[in-house]
Design a protein around this ligand. Sequence first.
Ligand code: ADP
Ligand code: MG
Length: 322
Amino acid sequence: MKNNILEVKDLKKTFVMGNGRKIEAVKGISFNVRRGEVFGFLGPNGAGKSTTISMLTTQRTSTSGEVLIDGKSLIKNPSEARRKIGVVAQHNNLDRGLTARENLIYHAKYFGMETKESNKKADEYLEKFGLSDRQHDYVRSYSGGMAQRLKIARAMMHTPDILFLDEPTTGLDPSYRAILWEQMTELNKAGTTIFLTTHYMEEPEQLCDRIAIVNQGELKAIGTSAELKAMIPSNNIVSMKLSELKQNYVEEAKKLPGVEKAVIQNGLLQLYMNNAQPDFNHLIGWTKGLDTTLQNISLSTSTLDDVFIHLTGKGIMNNESK
Ligand SMILES: Nc1ncnc2c1ncn2[C@@H]1O[C@H](COP(=O)(O)OP(=O)(O)O)[C@@H](O)[C@H]1O
Ligand SMILES: [Mg+2]
């Protein structure tokens, strides 16, 4: 058995628009996903996450590059690959003309599951995802949250070797989010590899063994959360709220002792310190010399968002510049 369930080599997707304009959604990314791991694909909206997932799950053809699922070319063996994967797409791709239960049962049938087993699984997942009462209703009558829960249940029905989830928590309230993580973890423990995309930095931090950071169609870094955080100059970040923020404060702050890097982020001046104990007196004294008032100062440890800022100059959740 191969160590990597998924191998991606120089994968590209270029969309050609009606007016001839080209959008390079995925610009040649390469990475491997190990059998049994929970792999996170973290990046802001427009990074190319959904385009990548759609190529890895045979829903879209790639412009170039190679994808191996379980050591076999996806392009040469699409139907074999499809049997091994489960997908929770970002868009609603349920059959709206069927009931919720029928969506699950037909899916199970397509994957060759026996009637008894598929009924048992359907009962279990409808119950877990709070859909038992509405299981005989047509999906077109479902709310967004209910449809999302059903999409997740459907992808889990056939116990795939690798389960792809594209921003699965969007539209889920916190209690179902917890159920999703629980079910996902259970499948993972039983041997299913998980490939999870998200733009919420706290999700991969808590759930993923390794995380790939993507931005504008490029893979910027890959590693455990600790490895990614080790890329940034410091674990200690001083955030200052100032009555007025000017770009030259960033330049001035970089000259302060102990400051490795300075950025403006979320309306705050953030200083990445290269020593364990920032000298607050000195920092407060420095702001007194600026034509602004210090309103708040705080110390925090770095997050994956800080890693993202370090790599791209921008936060994941907003587009404020450095
Ligand atoms: N069908 C399409 N036609 C043209 N451009 C597309 C299409 N799908 C996605 N894109 C573009 O590709 C880029 C990546 O989009 P997407 O993969 O959806 O990102 P993400 O899922 O990370 O938010 C964006 O610039 C988006 O506008
Ligand atoms: Mg997307």
